[in-house]
Design a protein around this ligand. Sequence first.
Ligand code: NOJ
Length: 551
Amino acid sequence: MIEDLWYKNTIIYSLDLETFMDANGDGIGDFEGLMRRLDYLHSLGIDTIWLAPFQPTPNQDNGYDISDYYGVDPRHGSSGDFVEFMQQANKRGIKVIIDLVVNHTSDQHPWFQAARKDQNSRYHDWYVWSKKRPTDWNKGMVFPGVQKATWTYDQEIRQYYFHRFYNFQPDLNMDNPEVRTEIRRIMGYWLELGVAGFRVDAVPFIIETPAPGKKKPVLKFDYLAEMRRFLQWRRGDAILLGEANVLPEENKKYFGAEGEGIHMMFNFFVNQHLFYALASANVEPLIKALKATKEVFPSAQWAQFLRNHDELDLGRLTDEQRAKVFARFGPEKHMQLYDRGIRRRLSPMLGNRPQTELAHSLLFSLPGTPVLRYGDEIGMGDDLSLQERDAVRTPMQWSDDPQAGFSDIEKTVHPSISEGPYSFHQINVETQRRDQDSLLNWMSQMIRLRKECPEIGWGDWEIVKTGSPHVLGMCYRWRGNSLLVLHNFDEKPHEVRIKLKEEDGKRLINLLKNEPIDFDKEGIHKIALEAYGYRWYRIGDLKHVLHRTKA
Ligand code: NOJ
């Protein structure tokens, strides 16, 4: 039953415990703080939380350097707090997915410590070594400009170890069956504690077998099938949500054959073309990207997003397209990162409410499941004085109180934004909650609307001709219900002429505001979209839509 696939119509909220809510007053967010904010998330309409890594870590890469997979970093609480949080989330019908960071461990992990001490240690072969310095030791870095190598010499064992990311993140050797068994144990552990699935970090690198000096590493998709089988055996409705910024054709391999690969993949390709459309007001490349990622199995799903905790990666655009996005959204050098991305939050990039609404309306209406980044619901800004990606990881702005209501003490894990138009004095939950016209209230309305349109998650879609290079038109159909969504990417108003298909009927019902809609003798609707305007229409009869949920 397609309706059983809960992940196709859920609203995912991604957050980092560290910066969400500090309950014990040490300046670092914790599970107790998050529990206090569950009602907020629930009333916003969130039904899935994606928690960034919270396990014990030296924290050199925002927790993506784990030193114990079976626990909770004491800065965030205890395992008891985690279980309590799960109970509280589930009570509200909120599912929880967590990061599965198994491409690499921290170099402080006891496995790596043992591996580097003794060639004969059981753990030595859990990592990837080379006795000689590989010719490509300084190639293939994920963080160019900051990361200097992918093979680093370890003084203790006198060998080079491989690390796709920073040198404190040695890659695990997936070809070692013991490693794969251990990964299953990790998954099993958290599944037993009730998580609904995993956001799988760095999937292309998990399945690669790096070989010193070799140009193209082999990718072993079988490992994904193995993970999936195990996951489903332990918990039938749990999911894998994969992070792989790869081209659409390649992406299909990650989804695998029906029921064998990753359930959900972030649609990085659409994301980058979406930003190009926002920067250029030209929707053609976005349409191409949508079409290129259209064909997926019925149970597979895209996760759509605007921003995440990393830089906005523009690596899949052409040089010319990328230059346009840089010029519009990250013109200054210090806004850019790793030669390919922008380290800014959404609101300051767009700089105006109409375009912020347009972007989110689009997010909620794209084929797939929307993933919201904490703080974007109130239009939080960034702090470019912080290093690298930390610019977009400032504390959640709850109120106008000191430290944005995030913590009682002044020295917080990252400073709150206290100056300028995005400071917590201006932008915070408390103020926006009271203001009917706030972005926050608009966002809850859009989330409600998205939930009332299940055809986006379950149905089929096609591009609708609008006659304008600036206006994207999409139509969804599912079990006799249809939905038309229009988005004008231009800063100028445009009138579009839409001809509906005979079988859809002729009536359009605006789902967001009262508006008379006429069509002429040929059945063509003329719709005047304001600058950055958007529309959501039911096609046909609303009566059917509300009741016709059965095939
Ligand atoms: C992808 C994560 O999103 C990023 O934050 C992290 O630095 C790398 N993987 C390494 O785990």
